[in-house]
Design a protein around this ligand. Structure first.
Ligand SMILES: NC(=O)c1ccc[n+]([C@@H]2O[C@H](COP(=O)([O-])OP(=O)(O)OC[C@H]3O[C@@H](n4cnc5c(N)ncnc54)[C@H](O)[C@@H]3O)[C@@H](O)[C@H]2O)c1
Length: 459
């Protein structure tokens, strides 16, 4: 099928390349001319493992092309996926202006039948508004359409894997035709019948669940899923604070709690909190949705509040150790909001760094992928060539993104080049025992032990 994907961001580009790989012809549209230029020259506008090969192979095979005008895609494509950003307005609501603009452009140029699919994360009832929009703004009486919701669950850092091996595919539709078209589009993924571009031998090739619902429910499923995951993170962070206060080990608590199949182990890692372009904004938008519908969403407001406090608590830990931070050199490992991505949107590491810079600290940071994006947001940071350079002469190193690369560092060397061998681990990526054995002062989150306890005869 010919498919248009509007928006070549993390979601749009992975979706476009994935669908091309499974045999469709995809025209990917973005109004950012520079991004289109970059993609057409065979380069990538952002880092996502495995995506570059996928894009390049399908571009060369002419199954995937990039254009900057929606009109160039709509005429040829029956299915149109909207994958533009939906950031947060000041009042917490989702900003749907990009979605509306795309709908306006489609109304202006579409003729005949189209299936318009919202893949961007949108508040419940957006589909209904889109239907009304198309009725009001369509330029041609020949244009008629179905609107569908197809929320995206991919995780940055493993987005390609998630496209090909999703836990489920959810579609919200109000016609059999829309359901059938979407099932056709996703058939290779649902049946796992494609030649897997990532694994030589896929472990799991069982049919992917295809959940068909009404449009409102599909929209709500996405917000509910992200809010639940955010809730797990804030929950374990709350428990981590208690562990610190009473002398328990959150690592053990989380491990044993997570062994309960009803709870599950994932998203039970304490740290400096969740960030990125999804959880914070989706949570806020969902709280607004609940509030506007007259429902009590205090639970989710608390999830948000706990998360915001993570930065304060971590900065307090730093100050507890360093006393005065003004003029002190602090190394930072990690700038991306999580590993395996270069995304620094609502990045907790940047939030911590901004606080330290405001207090006069000298911050020297390193991230394997996110430095270019971070530079645009925080030029006042001194960016380093590697993790050792960030640690050189530092009175403390903050470990803020759990890149595997940091686990392979020569800790002996790190200890020798630091002015004071103090590591504050905002992601609990190292173990207390290892760090103590290496002679570090080590402060983690929720181990219930004062930092000094982990210092074993540092020279
Ligand atoms: N990033 C994720 O991990 C993720 C996961 C699931 C869902 N989502 C949701 O998917 C949506 C997109 O997220 P993203 O991270 O890919 O955003 P992004 O900012 O990376 O990409 C959005 C793209 O849309 C383009 N765009 C904006 N307006 C346009 C227009 N009028 N015409 C053409 N292109 C336009 C932008 O230039 C940009 O390249 C959001 O609603 C987000 O909440 C994101």
């Amino acid at each position: 099928m010919n498919i248009a994907v509007i928006g070549a961001g993390y979601v749009g580009l992975i979706t476009a390349a994935g669908m091309a790989e499974t045999g469709h012809r995809v025209i990917c549209v973005d109004d950012d001319l520079h991004k289109i230029e970059v993609l057409n020259s065979g380069r990538m506008p952002f880092y996502e493992p495995g995506l570059e090969d996928l894009v390049e192979r399908n571009r060369r095979a002419k199954r995937l092309e990039f254009v900057s005008h929606i009109e160039d895609a709509v005429a040829e494509c029956q299915a149109i996926f909207i994958c533009v950003g939906t950031p947060t307005l000041e009042n917490g609501e989702a900003d749907l202006s990009s979605v509306e603009l795309v709908a306006r452009r489609i109304s202006e140029c579409a003729r005949g039948y189209h299936l318009v699919i919202e893949k961007s994360t949108v508040p419940v009832q957006t589909g209904r508004r889109l239907q009304r929009h198309f009725g009001v703004y369509r330029k041609s009486s020949q244009f008629h359409c179905d609107v569908a919701s197809n929320p995206e669950f991919l995780r940055e850092g493993s987005g390609v894997e998630d496209f090909f091996h999703p836990d489920r595919i959810v579609v919200g539709v109000d016609s059999e035709k829309a359901a059938a078209l979407l099932e056709g589009i996703y058939q290779p993924v649902l049946e796992q019948s494609f030649v897997c571009p990532i694994h030589e031998n896929c472990a799991s090739r069982s049919r992917v669940p295809f959940v068909i619902t009404d449009i409102n429910s599909a929209e709500l499923i996405k917000h509910a899923s992200n809010s639940f995951l955010a809730m797990k993170i804030s929950f374990i962070n709350m428990i981590a604070d208690l562990c610190e206060a009473v002398g328990a080990d959150v690592g053990k608590v989380a491990e044993a709690v997570g062994m309960d199949k009803r709870i599950g182990a994932s998203f039970l890692r304490p740290g400096v909190g969740f960030g990125g372009s999804c959880f914070p904004k989706d949570l806020q938008a969902f709280v607004r949705v609940g509030q506007d519908a007259g429902c009590d969403f205090a639970l989710l407001r608390e999830v948000e509040r706990i998360n915001q406090r993570r930065i304060d608590l971590f900065v307090n830990k730093i100050k507890e150790e360093l006393w005065v931070v003004r003029g002190k050199r602090i190394g930072v490992w990690g700038l991306a909001f999580k590993p395996r991505t270069d995304d620094v949107r609502s990045s907790p590491p940047l939030a911590v760094i901004r606080r330290l810079l405001a207090e006069g600290a000298l911050v020297r940071a390193y991230d394997p992928q996110a430095m270019e994006k971070a530079k645009a947001q925080a030029p006042e940071i001194e960016y380093c060539a590697d993790a050792y350079a960030a640690a050189q002469g530092a009175e403390a190193v903050l470990a803020l993104t759990e890149w595997e690369e940091f686990l392979r560092l020569d800790l002996m060397k790190v200890r020798q080049i630091m002015a004071r061998p103090l590591i504050l681990d905002g992601r609990n990526m190292f173990s207390c025992a290892t760090m103590a054995a290496q002679g570090f002062e080590y402060v983690d989150i929720g181990s219930g032990s004062p930092a000094r306890k982990h210092q074993l005869g540092a020279s």
